[in-house]
Design a binder for this molecule. Structure first.
Ligand SMILES: [Zn+2]
Ligand SMILES: [Zn+2]
Length: 446
């Protein structure tokens, strides 16, 4: 050893992160101290007794005994009255620091710190100098690269589901997760907005849209069953002058779309009538396909459901979302979907819908009934879980948000059904992400 007359000063470093403890050990050894390490609070107290350090560097968040308790025990022990404690903390909360100093810590160092700072504090302690208060923290981590403060890119194509229930709205704690509003979805890109369906979910959407002030709104109706139009009388923008609302529907509805909407607002059913709606309201029969709205293309196809029913596809930026709430794929089929997969005759009537769905980046679609339920609901216009899974497979879908939840299905049941769908997909050798759509869910198309 050296010819120094006095032995090296002893320092104990306690940190449960071994690499941290070893780093500090190296830094302090370079300064000429004799350094031991401890792996937790208890270990630290034991080594304080056995090793007899003059200075203990203690991490604050340690297992078995918290750093502040280690500090208190050392300070409470008359035999250790000259032992100094420096507290290291990654928690840069003022109260922790103040507490540590009040409990008698010589200094508090915030992690991450420069090795020189630790060495300087130790030197100050051994020279009998008074330490500064808290210091450390490398000049706010990463200050060299400037603040990272991402702001939301409003130009992304944003899909929001406002209503994911089929048939009739439901409410109550059993439906808290997936929600109770009937069908409604919006797709926004820049200043353009497409809405599909006017189920009860459109009420919340209308309140949001009204706040932004007058705009042109393009509302596409899948079909005129109640769960797809019943929210329209509560669509706030319809009452505000300056809004222009274009309502699109297929020909082939029993009555034309305008008559159906008018009828829904008949005084027998509702206190205000369509004439009381102050927005510009225009009903358009879908003929062109696709319809272009700003940077979005909306295309449509008939589904297998009682009455003229449409599904829609919104394409923008090279991506597509297909929205199909009511569709009975393989009507009446109760067998193994693997057998149906190769049955050209069975699939023939569904070619158009299969082609339409194919390769959508996101499929927002129903799989309403378990196979057991489907047996008593053939012809109601909705698919069994296994038929819906087969359609998704044949369309090479990779991402499926399941909507049009049956009002009989509470949150527990929907969860079980999603599990069942994943099982059917495994049976079909088909890999697809399946998620339950819920009221308020947001997805981005790009
Ligand atoms: Zn429906
Ligand atoms: Zn329907």
């Amino acid at each position: 050893m050296s010819s120094h007359s006095s032995p090296p000063r002893r320092v104990l470093v306690a940190d449960d992160v071994e690499s941290m403890a070893l780093l500090m050990k190296r830094v302090l050894e370079r300064e000429g101290y004799s350094v031991e390490t401890a792996a937790d609070g208890k270990d630290c107290l034991e080594k304080t007794a056995s090793f007899g350090p003059e200075l203990v560097i203690v991490d604050i968040m340690m297992p078995r005994l918290h750093g502040l308790d280690v500090l208190k025990r050392i300070k409470a022990d008359p035999a250790l009255s000259t032992t100094g404690v420096i507290v290291c903390t990654a928690k840069s909360y003022k109260p922790d620091e103040e507490l540590a100093l009040a409990e008698g810590a010589f200094a508090v160092i915030e992690k991450p710190f420069r090795p020189e700072l630790l060495a300087a504090r130790a030197r100050e302690f051994f020279s009998g100098m008074r330490a500064g208060a808290t210091e450390g923290a490398l000049p706010s981590a990463g200050a060299g690269s400037g603040l990272y403060s991402p702001s939301f890119d409003e130009n992304r194509a944003k899909i929001r589901l406002w209503g994911t229930r089929g048939s009739i709205p439901v409410s109550g704690s059993r439906y808290a997760r997936y929600g109770g509003n009937t069908s409604c979805m919006s797709v926004e890109r820049g200043k353009d907005m497409v809405i599909i369906d006017a189920g009860s979910g459109i009420r919340d959407l209308g309140i949001e849209v009204a706040k932004r002030g007058p705009a042109r709104i393009h509302l596409f109706i899948g079909h005129t069953h109640w769960d797809h139009i019943q929210g329209f009388p509560f669509f706030l923008p319809a009452y505000i002058p300056g809004f222009e609302i274009f309502v699109y529907g297929a020909s082939g509805f029993g009555k034309d779309l305008e008559s159906v909407f008018h009828g829904q607002l008949d005084s027998d059913y509702f206190p205000v009538q369509m004439e009381d709606m102050r927005a510009g309201l225009e009903f358009r029969r879908l003929e062109e396909n696709p319809v272009t709205i700003g940077d979005m293309k909306v295309s449509w196809e008939f589904t297998h459901h009682p009455g003229a029913t449409l599904c829609y596809k919104v394409e923008t930026g090279g991506k597509s979302a297909c929205y199909m709430t009511d569709n009975e794929f393989l009507k009446g089929y109760l067998g193994d979907p693997r057998a149906a997969e190769t049955d050209a005759e069975l699939l023939a009537p569904y070619r158009k819908i299969m082609d339409f769905v194919a390769d959508s980046d996101i499929l927002i679609a129903e799989a309403q009934y378990t196979n057991e339920e489907y047996r008593t609901k053939i012809g109601w216009g909705h698919s069994s879980v296994s038929s819906a899974c087969l359609l998704a497979k044949l369309g090479r879908i990779r991402d499926w948000v399941v909507v049009h939840h049956d009002p009989q299905h509470d949150d527990f049941f929907v969860e079980e059904k999603l599990g069942l769908m994943k099982q059917v997909c495994r049976h079909l050798g088909f890999a697809c992400e399946i998620r339950g759509g819920f009221d308020g869910m947001v997805e981005y198309l790009d």
